[in-house]
Ligand binder design. Structure first.
Ligand SMILES: [Zn+2]
Length: 218
């Protein structure tokens, strides 16, 4: 709710600013507008609801986020920067899941509408994959037919965001039965990610993925 309030306040502020600064010059009166309907169509909002349920308090879900707000070109020369910026200028992410505190984007999600592949769709998917890969943003692709399964979504997300609250999660070693402790990987591909390890280490080396999501039936 706070975000909505902030957005509304920004809009009001922007409106007042525009009104004061420009409207008295009267050159906008030729352009009038009508509302463009809901931001999401029915399939998209159903997915949005499922995604919010899957993420819970562990992230903030935003939809139709302009790509250039999430990534910026790396190029240091002007021409390269301009070309790279132009490529993403009109694109957006279907959904992003952000860190609940910093609102940093943690994972991007593309919802396949189930329509057959055409040139535009292929171009978009190519761009998305390239942008996400080069910026180090995990990209999850899901299709409309799977999108309402909260359990499936949680499993997809669990690789990228922590869906578990450590203080509520008690696990026992499947090899020796001892309590397990949470550690953070300090090197390798999974650097920074948490995992469970047996408290009897080094006598027992059993480890477990932090984000095994125990799911209610789908
Ligand atoms: Zn053990």
């Amino acid at each position: 709710m706070e975000y909505i309030a902030v957005v509304v306040l920004l809009f009001i502020g922007f409106y007042l600013f525009v009104q004061k600064r420009y409207l008295n010059q009267d050159d906008l009166k030729d352009s009038t507008y009508k509302k463009n309907g809901p931001l999401l169509n029915s399939k998209e909002s159903a997915f949005y609801a499922a995604l919010m349920t899957a993420v819970g308090d562990h992230g903030v879900v935003m939809s139709k986020v302009v790509m250039s707000k999430v990534v910026v070109p790396k190029a240091s020369d002007k021409k390269g920067w301009f070309i790279a910026n132009n490529r993403i200028a009109k694109s957006y992410f279907d959904y992003v899941v952000c860190d609940p505190r910093s609102l940093e984007v943690r994972v991007a999600i593309e919802l396949d509408d189930g329509n057959p592949l055409n040139k535009g769709k292929i171009e978009r998917q190519k761009l998305l994959m390239h942008v996400c890969k080069s910026a180090g943003i995990p990209l999850i692709g899901t299709s409309v037919k799977h999108s309402y399964q909260v359990g499936r979504l949680r499993r997809l997300l669990a690789t990228h965001i922590d869906l578990i609250e450590p203080e509520k999660e008690v696990r026992f070693c499947k090899r020796c039965g001892s309590p397990m402790v949470i550690k953070t990987a300090t090197q390798g591909d999974f650097k920074g990610r948490r995992f469970f390890t047996c408290s009897r280490q080094p006598h027992c080396t059993y480890t477990e993925n932090y984000n095994i999501v125990f799911e209610d039936s789908e």
